[in-house]
Ligand binder design. Sequence first.
Ligand code: NAD
Length: 337
Amino acid sequence: MKIAVTGGLGFIGSHTVVELQNEGFEVVIIDNLSNSSEAVLKGIVAITGKTPIFEKMDLREKAAVHNFFKKHNDVAGVIHFAASKAVGESVGNPLLYYENNINTLVYILQELKDLPQANFIFSSSCTVYGQAEVMPITENASIQPAMSPYGNTKQIGEEIIIDVAKATNIKAILLRYFNPIGAHPSAEIGELPIGVPQNLVPFITQTGFGIRQELAVYGDDYPTPDGTCIRDYIHVVDLAKAHVIALQRLLNKQNLDKVETFNLGTGTGSSVLEVIHSFEKVSGQKLPYKIVPRREGDVIEAYANTEKANTILGWKTVFSLDEAMASAWKWEQKIRN
Ligand code: NAD
C-alpha cells in the first residue's frame, strides 16, 4: 500500500517514513529540501533496508501537486508534514508562512478529494491551546488566539480540513504534537536545524558539543516548582509510530468521525532545568547555561492529557526523557564527527 509523505526528509517526516516502511508500507516522499537534505534518504535506507520513492518538488506549485497525484493516484493516504515551522521567522515573514503552510494544504486537499482513498493525517501543534487553564491539556481545551503567524497556520489548517472533510470524502486525523525531541536510536537520522536552533534540545546538544557558548534559560521566576517553563518532551520515534497507527485507523475505517483530533505527548511535563539535568546525566558533562529574563510569548506550562490517544488509538509513549536526550546526544556527536 502506497502512502505519500510530504516533508518526508524532515525531522518528524523521516522518522515516520522509517516506521511506515517497517510496517510494510510503500512510501513516496515529497520534499523540496528547503529544510532538509537528500542525504537523509541514506539514513532511512540504512535503518530499513528499503529505498522510498523520492519526488523532489515544491508543494507551492499547484501544477506540480496536480501532476504528482495524477502519477501517484494509487496512494492510500497522505501524511502532511511539509511546512515552515520557525515561530520567530513567521512574525517577520507572515506571507511565507501563509503561502507555505496554507496554500500547500489547499492544493493537496484539492487533489486528495478526488482519490478513491482520501485519507489525510495533519501535523498540528499544541500551540493551538496557548496557555491552557487546566493541566494536563485535553483535546477539548479551548483554542486560544494564535500568538504568531506560524501558530495561526496550524489553527487555520485544522479549520480548512474540518470544512473540506464535511463537503468531500476526505477523512482526516489532526495530530497535535507537544515537543518532539531526540533521534532514531541508530543515529542514522535525527534533527538537522539550519543555523541557530530554535528548539531547546538541539541548542543543548550543540552547546554540549561546544558549537554554542552557553544556553540561555528564559526566566526562572515562573510559578513552577523550579521557576522554569514546563513542556511535554516526546521522543520522535514514539511520535512517528503514532502516525502509522492513526493512518491504519483510517485505512481500517475505525474512525468514529470524519475528522478526529489527538494530542501526542508523554503526559508528563519537564522543566527546562530538568531537561538540562537529563542532558548532564546522559552525557556525563556539565552544560554551561545562564538565566536571562523571560521571553515574550512563552507559555508557562503545557503538557498533554494523553488518555484519548492511549485509549482510542491504543498508542502510548515508551521512551523516557533520558532516553530521548541520550539519542539526541548520540546524533549530535555522529553528525559532528
Ligand atoms: P522539518 O522542517 O524538519 O520538516 C519539514 C520538511 O518539509 C522539510 O524537509 C522541508 O524541506 C519540507 N518542506 C517545507 N516546505 C515545503 C514545500 N513547500 N514543498 C515541499 N517540501 C517542503 O519540520 P519537522 O520538525 O519535521 O515538522 C514537521 C511538521 O510538524 C510541520 O508541519 C511542523 O509545523 C509540525 N510540528 C513540528 C513541531 C516541532 O517541534 N518539530 C511541533 C509541532 C508541530
